[in-house]
Write a protein that binds this ligand. Structure first.
Ligand code: SF4
Length: 365
């Protein structure tokens, strides 16, 4: 039955027309009996169409009917599944067949009933109901979400739990208006597999490009949007303010390093279980050969770079009575406070310069 309560979205007619002409010939598509659709949908969970085809055909030869599958040895079923992976699917498919046989042998057409069977979630239930029985229930998976998010340039986070329900309802309103719900669902799946692919959508040859808002924005792959889940690493760094009279030791970063060529105070990342004081004393010794005594941090500086965040512990250091030569390949200087401006420093260091404790440290020496 066709309803015409609302106009169809402009992408639907070209999608259906494209599917009519360009759909792949698939064994379960050309003969969509409920049993064949059931088996194909189990095989297609987690596996691509091209991989599934030979397995499907072999499986159908081995178990031509639902009754054959239900009566088979589990080992024989697994043998036919061998190489397809995710073997729990094979076991559940057979459980499903046995349960249906126990209930009279008819595969249900109603998605709610289908979803009560082992291994059948909402997606598979809607796929079977629409493809095998022509019922108007939309399929919604990551592929459908991707195509729809692009068509509508929908900025919503597509991983949100509520989005599936919302998209399901939107597509339900559409699928109820089309003449062939099976073709509608399969067309969406087909275009997601052949044209609107995740990384490289073929927009130039896409039948929906005139209706596609993501393409109008010139940003097909900007959709679907996902949350930024990357965890930004956070490092603790300790640096030493080493005074010699009214002069402070600064060193140049090597050009191979990030911020190469800029100047800094000796120091580095805290190692596991190290305190800032221990880290400063170790780093200063490694970088300069000086055996200093560090005081507990006089300040904490927080700074975010593009790929990490850093907390810098700033420790004042006391030199030993006799200062040896500084053992380092890196250029270094003992500078007065007013000379600091002549050297380029990373932003985090400018935060140190602005600290009252830093200014005070100079005045005391
Ligand atoms: Fe996907 Fe591009 Fe087609 Fe839009 S035009 S539906 S982004 S392939």
């Amino acid at each position: 039955m066709t309803h015409h309560s609302e106009p169809l979205p402009d992408w639907v007619p070209p999608l259906l027309a494209w599917f009519k002409r360009h759909q792949r010939i698939l064994p379960w598509r050309s003969e969509p009996t409920p049993y064949r659709v059931l088996v194909s949908e189990f095989m297609l969970q987690q596996t691509q169409v091209a991989t599934v085809i030979p397995y499907f055909e072999r499986f159908m030869r081995a178990f031509p009917t639902l009754a054959d599958l239900a009566a088979a040895d589990q080992a024989a079923v697994l043998k036919q599944w061998e190489g397809l992976g995710y073997y729990a699917r094979a076991r559940r498919l057979q459980e499903c067949a046995r349960m249906i046989m126990a209930q009279g042998g008819e595969i249900p057409a109603d998605p709610a009933e289908l979803a009560r069977l082992p291994g059948i979630g909402l997606y598979t239930a809607a796929a079977i109901a629409s493809i095998a029985f022509g019922r108007s229930f939309p399929v919604v998976d990551g592929n459908v979400l991707r195509v729809r998010a692009r068509l509508l340039a929908d900025p919503a986070d597509q991983s949100r739990a509520s989005i599936k329900r919302q998209v399901y309802n939107d597509l339900l309103a559409i699928i109820r208006q089309v003449d062939d719900p099976s073709a509608f669902n399969q067309a969406l799946m087909e275009i997601s597999a052949l044209v609107c692919q995740p990384r490289q959508p073929r927009c130039a040859e896409c039948p929906l490009q005139n209706a596609c808002r993501a393409v109008a924005e010139g940003a097909a792959t900007a959709y679907p949007r996902r949350p930024q889940t990357k965890v930004v690493p956070h490092y603790h760094v300790a640096v030493g303010l080493i005074f010699n009279g009214d002069r402070l030791l600064i060193m140049q970063r090597s050009t191979e390093q990030m911020l190469g060529g800029l100047w800094e105070f000796p120091g580095g990342k805290l190692e596991q279980d190290e305190t800032p004081v221990q880290a400063v004393e170790r780093e200063v010794l490694e970088e300069t050969g000086l055996q200093v005594q560090a005081a507990p941090p006089l300040a904490l500086i927080r700074h975010a770079y593009s790929h990490f965040r850093m907390t810098m512990h700033v420790c004042r250091c006391t030199l030993p009575d006799t200062i040896g030569e500084i053992l380092s390949d890196r250029p270094h200087h003992w500078v007065k406070r007013e000379e600091l401006n002549a050297f380029p420093f990373p932003t985090a260091n400018h935060k140190i310069f602005a600290l009252p404790a830093f200014v005070e440290a100079f005045n005391h020496d």
